[in-house]
Design a binder for this molecule. Structure first.
Ligand SMILES: *Cc1c(COP(=O)(O)O)cnc(C)c1O
Length: 429
C-alpha cells in the first residue's frame, strides 16, 4: 500500500502497521459487505427503472406543490425498494424523530395503547410518547403507553408481550437499532419473528419499525417481513449523504395516508408539499445509499476490530454480524474519549481544524463530547462520533460517506491515542 498520503496527514508507521494487520483479517467480512451493497444497489436501480425515473422527476415545484410528478414518483420508488404499498418521502419531515412522531400520532387515537415490546425507545421518543412529561405528547392526547423489556439475554419476553396485548393495543413500535443502549441491534429476521408473534396474538395490530441506521445493512428490510410501517431519516442511511433534510415512512396504503393527513392537514394529505428543488438530491442519494452504507459498515467493522485488539470492549464485538452502522467502543477514560473524538475530527473534510471539547448538553446528566465534520449539519451517515463523559466512557462511532474516509478517521483516532500514550500498539496483534 502507498502510505505517502497517510503520513502526510500525520499517521505514523506504528499505527499504519497495526491497521494493516487488522485489515488483512477483515477481507472476508468486507467481501460480504460488498455483496450486500451490490444486491441493494440493484434493488434501487430496479425500482428506478420500474418507475421510469427521468429528468422531469428532478424539476422543482413551489407553493402548494400540486401535481408534483417527481415527488410522487420518488414515493413510488421508495415503496418499491422497501416492498410496501405506499410511501411518504418529504423534505417537510424535518428529521427521524419527526417522522416517527407523525407515524405514531397519525395511527393512534385517544384511548389507544402504544406498546414497545423491545424496551425503552430512542431518547427523543420519550417526549413524543410522554414517557418524559412533555407538551403535546401522545400522552396529553390520551394515548397510553406500555413497555415490555427484553430478557436479560436480549431475547423477546414473549409471555410478557402476550400479557401486555389487550384490546386497546393498536400499534407496536419496534426499534431496529440499539441507539445509545447496550442491547443488541435487532436483525430483520428477528424483527420478522416478533411481528409474526404479535400478529398471531392480535392480527390487526399495526407493527411499526423505527428503521433508523438499519436501511441497506441487510438484503431485506422489516417491511419484507410483515412490518406495516417502517420509518427513518434521510440524513442517515437512505439519503446517501446527499439528502440535506427529510424523512420517510413506507408502509400500507392506509397507514401512509394517515401519516400524510397528519403531516399536512386532514383532506390535503399527500397532494400538497412542494419539493423546492430537492428532488435530485433525494433520488441520487437513494441511488448512492447502498454503497455509502457499505463504506460506513466497513468503518464500523474496522473500528470494532482495531479497538477490540487493543483490549477495549466493543459493541458489537470485532467478529459479530452487523445489523446497523453504529459501533460502540468503551474506552474506559475521559482522556481516551477526548483523544478518540479529536482524531475523528482531524480526519474530517469540513471543520478539521476544530478541537472537540466535552460540553454540557440539554437532556444529558453529564458532559458530552462530539466529533463531526459534516457537509450536512448533524448528519450521522457522515463520519461522526459522540458519547457522554461518564462510565463506561463509551464513544459511539458511525458513518463515513466513503470507506477511505472512515478508515482515515479510525487511523487518526488511534494516532491521537498513541501520541498521548493512551494505548500501546504491539505489531504482532
Ligand atoms: C437517529 C435516530 C432517531 C431520531 O432521528 P433524528 O433524526 O435524530 O431525530 C430515532 N431512532 C433511532 C434508532 C435513531 O437512530
Amino acid at each position: 500500500m502507498d502510505t505517502t498520503m497517510y503520513k502526510n496527514l500525520g499517521v505514523c508507521d506504528e499505527v499504519l502497521r497495526f491497521c494493516g494487520g487488522v485489515l488483512e483479517e477483515l477481507a472476508p467480512r468486507f467481501k460480504k459487505i460488498d455483496e450486500t451493497a451490490e444486491y441493494n444497489q440493484l434493488k434501487v436501480i430496479s425500482a428506478m427503472q420500474k418507475h421510469r425515473v427521468n429528468a422531469a422527476c428532478f424539476a422543482a415545484t413551489t407553493g402548494y406543490g400540486y401535481d408534483d410528478a417527481g415527488r410522487d414518483n420518488l414515493e413510488r420508488v421508495y415503496a418499491s425498494v422497501f416492498n410496501t404499498e405506499a410511501a411518504l418521502v418529504r423534505p417537510q419531515i424535518t428529521c427521524g424523530t419527526h417522522a416517527l412522531a407523525i407515524a405514531l400520532s397519525a395511527n393512534l387515537r385517544p384511548g389507544d395503547t402504544l406498546l414497545s415490546p423491545v424496551g425503552k425507545p430512542y431518547d427523543t421518543l420519550e417526549e413524543v410518547i410522554g414517557i418524559r412529561e412533555s407538551r403535546c405528547s401522545l400522552k396529553e392526547y390520551g394515548v397510553n403507553y406500555k413497555q415490555v423489556d427484553l430478557l436479560p439475554d436480549g431475547g423477546f419476553d414473549y409471555d410478557g408481550i402476550k400479557a401486555a396485548i389487550d384490546d386497546t393495543v393498536k400499534l407496536v413500535t419496534i426499534q431496529r437499532s440499539k441507539g445509545y443502549q447496550t442491547r443488541p441491534t435487532l436483525s430483520v429476521e428477528r424483527i420478522g419473528e416478533l411481528i409474526s408473534f404479535i400478529k398471531s396474538v392480535k392480527p390487526d395490530i399495526v407493527c411499526m419499525v423505527d428503521n433508523c441506521y438499519g436501511e441497506f445493512v441487510e438484503k431485506i428490510e422489516p417491511s419484507d417481513l410483515g412490518a406495516d410501517m417502517i420509518v427513518g431519516s434521510l440524513i442517515k442511511n437512505p439519503g446517501g449523504g446527499l439528502a440535506p433534510i427529510g424523512g420517510y415512512i413506507c408502509g400500507t396504503k392506509e397507514c401512509v395516508e394517515n401519516c400524510a393527513y397528519r403531516l399536512s392537514a386532514p383532506g390535503l394529505g399527500q397532494e400538497v408539499g412542494a419539493n423546492l428543488g430537492i428532488m435530485p438530491a433525494f433520488y441520487q442519494g437513494l441511488f448512492m445509499a447502498p454503497t455509502v452504507v457499505s463504506g460506513a459498515l466497513k468503518g464500523a467493522v474496522f473500528a470494532g476490530l482495531c479497538y477490540e485488539k487493543l483490549g477495549f470492549k466493543c459493541v458489537p464485538n470485532g467478529t459479530e454480524e452487523r445489523f446497523d452502522i453504529i459501533q460502540a467502543v468503551e474506552l474506559g477514560s475521559k482522556e481516551r474519549m477526548i483523544a478518540f473524538c479529536r482524531g475523528i475530527q482531524a480526519a474530517a473534510p469540513v471543520d478539521s481544524y476544530v478541537t472537540p471539547e466535552p460540553w454540557p448538553m440539554p437532556g444529558y446528566d453529564s458532559d458530552v463530547i462530539m466529533a463531526a465534520g459534516a457537509f450536512v449539519q448533524g448528519s450521522s451517515i457522515e463520519l461522526s462520533a459522540d458519547g457522554p463523559i461518564k462510565e463506561p466512557f463509551a464513544v459511539y462511532f458511525q458513518g463515513g460517506l466513503t470507506w477511505y474516509h472512515a478508515k482515515l478517521g479510525i487511523m487518526m483516532s488511534l494516532q491521537k491515542l498513541y501520541e498521548q500514550k493512551l494505548i500501546q500498539l504491539t505489531i504482532d496483534n
